[in-house]
Design a protein around this ligand. Structure first.
Ligand code: ZN
Length: 361
């Protein structure tokens, strides 16, 4: 049996984590005071509880409401740098050894910063974190689904412009309903022409059509969530009786699916953990990854997400190692870096952990 204490020690890889969804409540309170911003609660615990309640309403649009509060304190260079630095510190406490963190620069211009200043501030915080906490990172820039196509192209250009400074990819996030990713085709085409990386939120609030578009129209290399791919399958228990060409394509091409258990239950993308398709995908050899999505809103850590997977789906330490290595293989950082982290960081730590927990293994 894998205990929570063991899971805490696991060296982790996180690929789907929103900067503005994982701010410390204490930091929000401090910065809000400094900027004279009113908050829905005055104590860290109450504020955290307010975010959790707001997120857990079985609807993606309602889930996204809390972000207006975190975003309100992320409009200055100091605020952004501090929050990025603290993000590294918090993930390192969870034993994250490689972090891909994402955010939408366009949502941080309310106090006069320009896009470059926003990205530079976040990178400064992440870079300080790398030095202080000895972990690696990549930054993903998000465009928003509900914004004009011209804006997403600008963000795509921004991502490519920072590719030599640890920006590793481009994403499109926000409300899926009524905002198909193909509207932003110019942005994706730009990224593809520049040989860069794409992940797309798809199959969370909307079904398989959205996943198909993300892959075949927009050229995504990874899918955020893909929870509703199950609608494309005929399932018997944990066995897939039949699946369409889209599911075959995803499995054949080893397309990584960044799955976020807690978040999926809170947004209603899955009804319950018992019914969550993670187990189905994992047992049938899809390349699934475990991620947090929004540590504050979803009240989670990677340790908690792994614990849920152990509790509900019976994952073993070997399974968690496989998931972690799969995450690192799926990262957007260059191949030589991925190999270095797998062989120099992850595998030795897992070997030590196995020895500690079961010397006969
Ligand atoms: Zn997300």
């Amino acid at each position: 049996m894998v205990t929570e204490a063991m899971i805490e020690k696991i060296p982790k890889v996180e690929l789907h984590d929103h900067l503005d969804g994982g701010v410390r409540p204490e930091t929000i309170l401090e910065l809000a005071k400094e900027y004279s911003i009113d908050l829905p609660a005055g104590e860290p615990d109450q504020l955290a509880a307010w975010f959790h309640r707001g997120a857990d309403r079985k609807n993606l649009v309602l889930y996204l409401e809390g972000f207006s509060v975190t975003l309100s304190v992320m409009q200055t260079q100091e605020g952004l740098e501090r929050i990025a630095y603290e993000a590294m510190e918090d993930r390192r406490r969870d034993n994250v050894m490689y972090l891909e963190i994402r955010f939408a620069p366009i949502l941080h211009l309310h106090k006069g910063l320009n896009l470059e200043q926003v990205v530079e501030s976040v990178l400064r915080g992440l870079e300080r974190g790398r030095k202080d906490f000895g972990m690696d990172y990549g930054l993903i820039l998000c465009a928003m689904r509900n914004q004009e196509a011209g804006v997403s192209l600008e963000i795509a250009e921004l991502a490519v412009a920072f590719r030599d400074r640890n920006v590793v990819g481009f994403d499109i996030a926000g409300d899926e309903f009524g905002h198909p990713p193909k509207r932003h085709i110019d942005a994706f085409q730009y990224i593809r022409n520049r040989n860069f990386n794409i992940t797309i939120h798809a199959g969370e609030a909307f079904g398989i059509e959205s996943i198909w578009q993300a892959l075949q129209i927009c050229g995504a290399h990874r899918i955020g969530h893909a929870t509703r791919l199950v609608e494309d399958m005929v399932v018997q228990g944990t066995r897939i009786e039949k699946m369409s060409s889209l599911s075959h394509f995803i499995r054949d091409k080893r397309i990584p699916m960044e799955m976020c258990l807690s978040s999926n239950i809170q947004t209603g993308a899955a009804k319950s953990l018992e019914e969550h398709p993670f187990q189905l995908y994992f047992r049938n050899h899809f390349r699934v990854l475990l991620c947090t999505d929004n540590r504050l809103m979803s009240n989670t850590t990677l340790t908690k997400e792994m614990s849920l997977a152990v509790q509900y789906f019976g994952l073993t330490l070997r399974d968690l190692e496989k998931l972690t290595i799969n995450s690192m293989k799926s990262a957007f950082v260059h191949y030589d870096e991925r190999i270095r982290i797998i062989y120099d960081v992850l595998k030795p730590r897992f070997a030590r952990l196995r020895e500690e927990t079961n010397p006969m293994d």
